[in-house]
Design a protein around this ligand. Structure first.
Ligand code: CA
Length: 107
């Protein structure tokens, strides 16, 4: 196994443990509901912002959160499973790279 592959596995384990931490909150540990996703993303529903601990990624109105969630829920079963969550992470990384590439460069 190459070093890159080992690092990739580590990242996947970290993503899975983050997913598990939030996915178990409302009973079903195999999927994220919309409130769980909002908690994971640290969305304050009183503000029209989506942010991470690294800073604000983008501004949006709460109704766009619904669209965001349904975009993620590619099999339309009302929840986001781990596979769909990985797509979310990739999307957020792309946004961060696009917006703050020259400021941080880590993602
Ligand atoms: Ca789904």
């Amino acid at each position: 196994v190459s070093a890159t592959m080992t690092d990739l596995v580590k990242v996947m384990f970290e993503l899975k443990s983050l997913f598990d931490k939030y996915a178990g909150k409302d009973g079903d540990p195999s999927s994220l509901s919309k409130p769980e996703l909002a908690q994971l993303l640290q969305i304050d529903s009183t503000k029209d912002e989506v942010s991470t601990k690294d800073g604000t990624i983008f501004h949006q109105e709460s109704q766009l959160m619904d669209k965001f969630f349904s975009d993620l829920d590619s099999d339309k079963d009302g929840v986001v499973n781990f596979q769909e969550f990985v797509v979310l992470v990739a999307t957020l990384c792309t946004l961060m790279l696009t917006n703050t590439y020259f400021q941080s460069g880590n993602c």
